[in-house]
Design a protein around this ligand. Structure first.
Ligand SMILES: *Cc1c(COP(=O)(O)O)cnc(C)c1O
Length: 242
């Protein structure tokens, strides 16, 4: 089977699994957006996957990248004729790269400290539109993982809401690294509970619900059962990374 055909088969299979998981959880069809995690993939393959995703879902594709240099180059080399996409930045926010990340215009999913917040604000100009971000929370307690401590999440959310420059649009987490379904589910449940608490304490004026970006190839069905609104999928669509 050709490379492209294989990607389409995988994507179509994933979308069926997403639909099944939505149904099993009693959630709305289309409650969940598939975000393609595109690190290490070529711009040609990513553009092909974005076209396929848009075709299959009827919605503009959301693409996540963790490496700012490669993201910039992908945006610059985006093939003419490939669909417009919505970019998200899902990598660590190093202070020396922040300017570059902001230049991509990508929604930043990985804001996880007051310090990062301040650094971003210092680089943003006041404009009529605030810059969209998600707050990353470390729900697993693993110290290799980025994300703020869940106990600090409310205070950080409050700080973002007070910001003139940033718009809190969702929460993001990476699930517990284990084979034990209940432990994975617990980390995702924690993010949902935080979302509910934050929405309750600081309701958005526009009534939009905060996104829950959680779930990867190995555990997205668990995340959907716990309320994920965005699942970030790489290998499930592109195959194993080189
Ligand atoms: C790579 C990556 C994913 C996707 O992981 P897969 O196992 O390839 O689906 C999701 N989230 C983040 C932050 C990633 O870096």
């Amino acid at each position: 089977m050709s490379h492209d055909r294989l990607m389409r088969e995988r994507l179509s299979h994933i979308l069926q699994e997403v639909a099944k998981a939505e149904h099993a959880a009693g959630r709305h069809p289309d409650a969940v957006t598939v975000e393609l995690a595109v690190k290490t993939q070529s711009v040609i393959d990513v553009a092909a996957a974005a076209s396929a995703l848009e075709e299959m879902t009827g919605r503009r594709a959301v693409l996540g990248h963790n490496r700012v240099q490669e993201l910039l180059s992908m945006i610059e080399n985006w093939p003419p004729g490939a669909p417009e996409v919505e970019w998200h930045y899902i990598g660590r926010l190093q202070s020396n790269k922040m300017g570059q990340v902001l230049r991509t215009g990508a929604l930043i999913e990985t804001v996880d400290s007051a310090q990062t917040l301040t650094r971003l604000e210092n680089r943003l100009e006041a404009s009529s539109q605030k810059y969209p971000i998600y707050m990353q929370v470390n729900t697993s307690g693993e110290d290799t993982k980025a994300g703020c401590d869940p106990r600090e999440a409310l205070a950080l959310a409050r700080q973002i809401y007070d910001s003139q420059y940033l718009d809190l649009c969702g929460l993001m987490t990476i699930g517990t690294n284990t084979e034990v379904t209940e432990d994975i589910a617990q980390s995702y449940r924690k993010l949902r509970e935080l979302r509910d608490q934050i929405s309750h304490d600081y309701p958005r004026r526009d009534g939009l619900e905060l996104a829950l970006s959680m779930g990867m190839t190995k555990d997205f069905t668990i995340a959907i059962a716990q309320g994920a609104t965005i699942v970030r999928l790489g290998t499930g669509v592109f195959g194993p990374r080189a």
